[in-house]
Design a protein around this ligand. Sequence first.
Ligand code: PAF
Length: 287
Amino acid sequence: MQTVTTLDLLRTSTAALRAGGATIGLVPTMGALHQGHLTLVRAARDACDHVVASIFVNPTQFGPNEDLDAYPRQLAEDQAMLEGERCALLWAPTVEEMYPEGFASSISVSGVSDNFCGAARPSHFDGVATVVCKLFNQVQPDMAFFGEKDFQQLAVIRTMARDLDLTAPRVEAIIGVPTVREPDGLAMSSRNRYLSSEHRAAAATLPNAMREAIARIEDGDEVRETLAALEDALLGAGFSQIDYAELADARSLAKLDALGAGDARLLVAARIGGTRLIDNMAVSQRA
Ligand code: PAF
């Protein structure tokens, strides 16, 4: 696997990969890779001739009170993991390469960005949309792969790609890959490493309580009451704060008080021992 840190080298290397009409699958990441990321690489490898991964801890998606400097950085370990998955190319630009002196543009995707993590982290999704648009333009992949774990992020990227005509024939498809979970059900995340063993054990309540709430909603229980019970269960298990626990339309991310005609999603963000965990799961229509 080749690692490139300048746009000039990236362009030369991606052109070489594309020779003879070969396709490229892009896996954008911020590094600190775990099995969830490697699942994205495998999905890209299955669907495309070559995989290009990016590692860039994007400063514009961190708020002033979020510790950008503390975000885990482990390039050598990440490179070894990507090599093991037969990734062809790693794009690892510096901040100066990504945002040169005088950089002044930003992409804002209203609607899908407004609620949930967008409400708690103002301008976070502007930073995500801007850097992902740049990554699409830089790498020009045939397909791009994102985890469903960050469900709102995926919705924001899909909306941006549609609105700005970044979709076919430029990025033929944006693929959402199902969340990879630990054996006890906790969604894999770079943030799980911050949990103490006590908090790590309690964190498994999150997926289990979500599954119970989903079963109740699918059985026809009142949505608001069920969500309140879900919050109580999490607080009782040791979570200190629930940022949100909401049922939403899976496409628009509009909040729902009842199951409607479209697909629905349960989305939760909750804090335990200073770590903010997010998770989401599909909710089916009542039979
Ligand atoms: O999900 C992430 O790791 C980041 O938000 C992304 C998509 C790589 C953009 O910086």
